[in-house]
Design a protein around this ligand. Structure first.
Ligand code: PHE
Length: 355
C-alpha cells in the first residue's frame, strides 16, 4: 500500500517543488521509508533477513520513480522557459531616443561655413584667460570702468598675485593670433610659416559674464573676426558683415546699418543693427522699421597692432565680435536665451537639429 501510494503521489507531482515534498515525506530524515529502515535495528535477525531486502527494494524503487519523474519535470520546465523566452524577430524594434545637434552648435557651424567660404580660418583661445589677453593687451586702461562693465568672473589670485579670469569676450583670440609672430626679446616679429600677416581668422568660443535675464546668460558664445592686411578700411568690414548677415538669415532683403560706438581696441568703432519688425510678438528679420543690435566691430586700434609687434604704418585691420546664441535666437525664433542652456529635453527636441 505504501509503494502504490508513493507511486501515485510521485506521478501526481506537477512541479519540482511538489516532487521534492514527496521525496522528503518518504526518504527524508523522518520519512516513511527512512523510518522503516530505522526499524530494522530493533528486529530479530530472522525478521531482519526477511524485511531488509523488501524495505531496501522499496527505497530503490521509490528513488528510481522520483528520478524518472524529475527528468520529466525538468524537461517540461526547460520547454516552458524556451517558449517564454522565444525572440520574435517579426516584432517592431522599440523606439530609440536619438540625440540631436544643439542649436548653438548648429548656428556656430552655419557661421563658420559662411566665413570659411569667404576665406577665413578658425582660431581658438583658452576659456581661462589672464588680464593681459582679456583687457590690457586690448588697450583697456588700468582701472578703466569698461573692465567693470564686463561683469568679469575672477579666480582667486595665484601665488604670484595674478588673478586669472573667465574671458568676457572672444577678443583675446585676436591678441593671441597677432602675437604668434612675437619672440621673447621683442625683436621684429618672426612668424611661423602660415601664421604671418595677412591674417584672416574667426574665433568661435565660450564667453562668460556675471549676468542673467531673457537675453543674457552667465555663459554664452561669441564669434570673433580679425583681418590684418595692407590697405584695409572700414568698407571691407561693412561689406563682410553685411554679406554675412544676408547669408546667415538667408535673404538679400536683410538690411544692416552701422552706428558709432566705442571699444578700447578698435578705432573707429561701430555696432551693427539689422532691420526688423518687432510689432508682433516675435522678431522678423528683413522687414519692418525697427533695429536690433547684433554685433560690435571696428578698425583694429594702432595700439593693439603695436602691442602685437605689427607696424601700423604697414598693417591695418578690422575686427568684429558677435553673439552666437543671440543670432541663433533671432534666426530660429527662440524667445528666451536661458532655455538655450536649460537642458530641457522637450526644448532640445523642438529646436535641435538631427545629426
Ligand atoms: N569684444 C566686443 C564685445 O564683446 C565685441 C568686439 C569685437 C568689438 C571686436 C570690436 C571688435 O562686446
Amino acid at each position: 500500500a505504501l509503494e502504490a501510494d508513493l507511486a501515485a503521489q510521485i506521478a501526481a507531482a506537477s512541479d519540482l517543488a511538489a516532487l521534492d515534498a514527496v521525496r522528503v515525506s518518504a526518504l527524508g530524515k523522518t520519512g516513511q521509508i527512512s523510518n522503516l529502515l530505522k526499524s530494522l535495528g530493533s528486529m530479530s535477525p530472522d525478521e531482519r533477513r526477511e524485511q531488509g531486502p523488501k524495505i531496501n527494494g522499496l527505497r530503490d524503487r521509490a528513488m528510481t520513480l522520483i528520478a524518472e519523474r524529475k527528468a520529466v519535470l525538468d524537461a517540461a520546465a526547460l520547454e516552458a522557459q524556451l517558449a517564454a523566452e522565444r525572440v520574435d524577430l517579426t516584432l517592431p524594434a522599440p523606439p530609440r531616443r536619438k540625440g540631436s545637434v544643439h542649436p548653438t552648435m548648429q548656428v556656430m557651424d552655419e557661421m563658420v561655413a559662411i566665413f570659411a567660404e569667404m576665406g577665413f580660418a578658425v582660431a581658438e583661445g583658452p576659456d581661462i584667460e589672464d588680464d593681459f589677453h582679456n583687457f590690457t593687451g586690448l588697450n583697456f586702461p588700468p582701472r578703466h570702468p569698461a573692465r567693470e562693465m564686463h561683469d568679469t568672473f575672477f579666480f582667486a589670485p595665484g601665488e604670484d598675485g595674478e588673478r586669472k579670469l573667465l574671458r568676457t569676450h572672444t577678443s583675446p583670440i585676436q591678441v593671441r593670433v597677432m602675437q604668434q609672430g612675437q619672440n621673447q626679446k621683442n625683436e621684429a616679429p618672426q612668424w611661423a610659416a602660415g601664421h604671418e600677416p595677412p591674417i584672416r581668422i574667426i574665433g568661435p568660443g565660450r564667453t562668460y559674464r556675471c549676468d542673467s535675464d531673457r537675453t543674457h546668460t552667465p555663459m554664452f558664445h561669441q564669434m570673433e573676426g580679425l583681418v590684418i592686411d595692407r590697405n584695409i578700411h572700414m568698407g571691407h568690414l561693412k561689406w563682410t558683415l553685411d554679406t554675412f548677415c544676408k547669408r546667415f538669415f538667408e535673404s538679400d532683403a536683410v538690411v544692416t546699418r552701422f552706428r558709432p560706438h566705442h571699444f578700447p581696441f578698435t578705432e573707429p568703432s561701430a555696432e551693427m543693427d539689422v532691420q526688423c519688425d518687432r510689432s508682433g510678438g516675435s522678431i522678423k528679420i528683413g522687414e519692418g522699421s525697427d533695429w536690433l543690435e547684433i554685433l560690435g566691430g571696428g578698425m583694429v586700434h594702432p595700439n593693439i597692432l603695436r602691442i602685437c609687434g605689427l607696424d601700423p604704418d604697414e598693417w591695418q585691420g578690422f575686427a568684429f565680435g558677435m553673439g552666437v546664441d543671440r543670432l541663433g535666437m533671432l534666426k530660429y525664433g527662440m524667445p528666451d536665451l536661458r532655455d538655450v542652456f536649460g537642458a530641457d529635453v522637450r526644448w532640445l527636441e523642438h529646436y535641435g537639429f538631427s545629426a
